[in-house]
Design a protein around this ligand. Sequence first.
Ligand code: SAH
Ligand code: SF4
Ligand code: F3S
Length: 472
Amino acid sequence: MIETKQAVLPAAALQRQREYAEKVRELVCRRYNHPPLAYVHSFGCQQNQSDGEKIKGMLAEMGYGFGDAPETADLVIYNTCAVRENAEDRVFGNVGALKPLKKQRPELLIGLCGCMMQQEQVAEKIKKSYPYVDLVFGTHALYTLPELLYNRLSGEKRQFSLEDSPGSIVEGLPVRRDGTIKANLPIMYGCDNFCTYCIVPYVRGRERSRRPEDVLKEARELVEQGYKEITLLGQNVNSYGKGLDEPMDFSELLRQINDIPGEFIIRFMTSHPKDCTLKLIDTIRDCQKVCNHIHLPVQSGSNRVLQAMNRHYTVEEYLHLIEYAKAQIPGVTFSSDIIVGFPGETYEEFLQTLKLIQQVEYSALYTFIYSPRQGTKAASLPDPVPEGEKSKWLRELLDVESQIRNHQQQALVGQTIRVLADGEGRTGPGWISGRTISNDIVEFTAPTSCIGSFVNVKIERALNWAVFGTLV
Ligand code: SAH
Ligand code: SF4
Ligand code: F3S
């Protein structure tokens, strides 16, 4: 049994960082004759994006402005993702591209943080082979950015802060959000599930839930600030509340957020099937503001593979949840993550995944070829199927997905649907883009003044990437 303590960072530790932030502010004010510019880029999932918003919040407090390219920045921070090898390669590529910039402008500061840095071998590689990187900090040291930055700015050697830790909850960090319509709201951090392929539990620490009063306070503030879509974040939101002092679960949290007055919608991710209860499905049905869309990653349609992945559910149990949700929630849609080519997976087992996909009829799939992660259990399993063969399976899967999608998109033609208008459309001038409850893209002609509100759109035609219509 893993002990889950809700370790909230002591106020004094945060206060110390505020003092450092003030010192950085004074220092950069003296050093630059304009507000220095930071370029912050987050790779990976929404949790990382949310951390990136905290990094920007801290930097804004320290007197930084924000630029949109490393070339014009005084400080570049890459907040990295370790989930698959190609995610890591992308980061190394981007960091490599900073080398000539640093050569031209040695005063440019470069910081790397996030999940990749929490892996010892990666931090070592940066230390040895990327001497022009100034700051390296892991996921548990995010809130210490003011101290690290101050030390480096005042002439100390390169800063590394990489201790492993079960993780804590840091309340009260400033946040500079990327959008004005949609907001991420982390409700928990870390993961205890140790799916055998996954690096996340190693780099994000143990599962810990924020106190409901802190989550609700932030949700109320978001609604007051005019946000129209709130996405509750956690690696497994369905186990929210474990280890809290008071009895609390995710369904109850959803109900309380749903009760906040105002016009907004609630999404959440990710929902782990092993902890998805019928009670949760009833709650989604009953709460008007909660989207009728569930991202419920199945990963595989083979019971043997699911067991080898340590997922703790069977295909039958998963389908039972899907059937129950389809019966209870009118118009419910599902999306999923799928891993193709888990070590030892056979073609027959892959075909079982295809069959499951056809049964559920997902509205969206996020598909990945298995990528070995150092230190995980699956990385030491025999993996005889060649990469090229796995790619062939993936293409087969994408064909099936595309057929389902086509069918679903065509079925929307003629319907009038509620859409959150979230920006200008790709179709051309005069077009607005929005998202349906199932997160499908809708493009329609309307004045730009409707961006940020809910509108009804009559769907007239469908392509694979979007449906198109007119404002009702
Ligand atoms: N906590 C979420 C997922 C977080 S990671 C959940 O349990 O669903 C996002 C997705 O990346 C996973 O769902 C999985 O499909 C994929 N993934 C994780 N590790 C992977 C690996 N080593 N190789 C390929 N895909 C992986
Ligand atoms: Fe990774 Fe599994 Fe945790 Fe999701 S639940 S983050 S896949 S270990
Ligand atoms: Fe990547 Fe870390 Fe998210 S590994 S997917 S950024 S939790």
